[in-house]
Write a protein that binds this ligand. Structure first.
Ligand code: OGA
Ligand code: MN
Length: 291
């Protein structure tokens, strides 16, 4: 594989990965790369759904996303491991259902995937099958660099704090209605440390997302203000990379030390077809913590 830095901090472009041969050798090479570059862009991946899933499995168990009502009873993909980040239905028609549009719109807030699950996600792997002629980029920030740049007094203040994360919180921020009991049962939420030490590298990072509603045990307004202050700090341009998609790009990011957000595009006019796999961080799984 040839690696070229896209930003000095954390994003890289990767060429020559042998996806046809998803071996332990390829996994070892990629793990080492992801430890250095938390956002990796594989151009012209040439991957179909089955190969996308097979490559992703090299890095751990894959998440199976719960089927939300607005997403529809008929899955768009034949692989349950694929998460639909696009705006079209199985027939390729642009989605008009308002709740479904709000679910996608929620991704335009800074977030990291699946922080609302007790079993966190390590890598997300997003592949572009169709892209709009303008807009629809994905922006990333490096939360290790942001943590390193915090004043020492702030690092002390946040050490040991936990935030409550809820998928429904981030959806309500964009106008999705208050969740029903059924929806809450489907995705209940989770508490997460505000400072996360990476399970592979040990490097400390902020662990933030629009899913975080408040700080556990702190006055609500004070907690909300703290989350906002940290998010504003972490999303400064100095910590950012903007990805402008090309067809066939597979972008892999490390959810444990980055945030991302989709940028707007005319979603009523242009199809945008994005397939994602999500690897579970084995170190956050109950069997692991009990050991
Ligand atoms: C995601 C996501 C952003 C985008 O798939 O997790 O947030 O640009 N996607 O589609
Ligand atoms: Mn996301």
């Amino acid at each position: 594989m040839q690696v070229e830095r896209l930003t000095p901090l954390f994003a890289a472009e990767v060429f020559g990965a042998d996806f046809a041969c998803p071996s332990s050798e390829l996994a070892r090479e990629c793990f080492a790369l992801f430890d250095r570059c938390a956002v990796c862009v594989f151009r012209d991946s040439g991957l179909g759904d089955a190969e996308h899933v097979a490559f992703s499995r090299l890095f751990g168990e894959l998440e199976i996303a719960p089927r939300l009502k607005p997403v529809g009873a008929v899955p768009r993909f034949d692989h349950p491991e694929l998460f639909d980040a696009g705006n079209i239905d199985r027939a390729g028609t642009i989605i008009t259902d308002e709740r479904r549009r709000l679910i996608n719109l929620g991704n335009q807030q800074w977030h990291t995937d699946s922080s609302f699950r007790p079993e966190r996600s390590s890598y997300s792997m997003l592949l572009a099958h169709r892209i709009p002629p303008e807009g629809g980029d994905t922006e990333f920030v490096d939360l290790r660099a942001a943590y390193d740049a915090l004043p020492p007094s702030m690092r002390e203040r946040i050490e040991g704090l936990e935030a409550e994360h809820s998928y429904w919180h981030s959806r309500q921020l964009v106008g999705y209605p208050a969740p029903t009991a059924e929806e809450i049962a489907l995705i209940p939420g989770a508490r997460q440390p505000l400072v996360l030490r990476h399970p592979r590298t040990g490097r400390p990072s902020l662990y933030l997302a629009a899913h975080a509603s408040h700080i556990v045990g702190m006055d609500r307004d004070e907690g909300v203000a703290l989350l906002k202050e940290l998010t504003d700090f972490a999303t400064q341009p100095a910590f950012r990379y903007v990805h402008r998609w090309r067809l066939g790009d597979l972008v892999v990011w490390d959810n444990l030390c980055t945030m991302h957000r989709a940028t707007a595009f005319d979603d009523t006019r242009y199809p945008r077809d994005m397939h994602r796999t999500t690897v579970i961080d084995g170190s956050s799984m109950p069997a692991h913590s009990a050991a």
